[in-house]
Write a protein that binds this ligand. Sequence first.
Ligand code: DC
Length: 228
Amino acid sequence: MPVSNLITVDGPSGSGKGTVCHILAKKLQWHLLDSGALYRILAYAALQKNIILSDSSALADLALTLDVSFVSNGSGVDTLLSGENIGDKLRTEIVGQAASEVASIELVRSALLARQQAFLQAPGLIADGRDMGTVVFPDAAVKIFLDASAEERATRRFNQLQGKGFDVSIAQILSEIKERDFRDRNRAVAPLRPADDAFVIDSTSLTIDEVVEKILTFTELKLNISTE
Ligand code: DC
């Protein structure tokens, strides 16, 4: 039986997923699961505890016992690890690469499964990730796969970082994006790929608003509801 109060949005980094999912969750007043944040938090906690990133059983134990909460703060969401707000420590390149490494470990993925599924609560959930429609919520009625060319994703990231005052090279960003894409799409467990029943959207030449509009129209048709 398809789960109707659930929209999964999968895709590579830089496809616009994060922003689109925030807008959808706000518009529908549904919960939001940022599953990438869970992998980043786990990687951050492992680095803090000096756990070697190839030690699958230590990482899986850590994944099962992590004390994580996401708390609304009015303008966004605070990420708390054992009560400490670590939101701004999760977006560094080191944590991103470590997250991609721990995410390729099967034991880690299964240790995080129930935690992710517990986010599905009334009135509904927008689930943002790589394997939301294929593994974590295979029964979702609405599955989206959001893609964009690697060059466009690198340009978006470049503009974002430059806007924050970082001195970055677009060639370097493009090569990091290609490296991470390769790892995420070719790993043995839960590789990044569209579910067979996903609606694939290429956002290369679309604005965020156009992507949101497409998803809402698809959702209305699929669920026979109005999202106005
Ligand atoms: O979306 P993000 O960049 O915050 O994700 C961090 C890493 O975690 C990224 O390398 C892919 C991985 N990830 C995953 O394997 N499965 C998910 N559902 C979400 C993220």
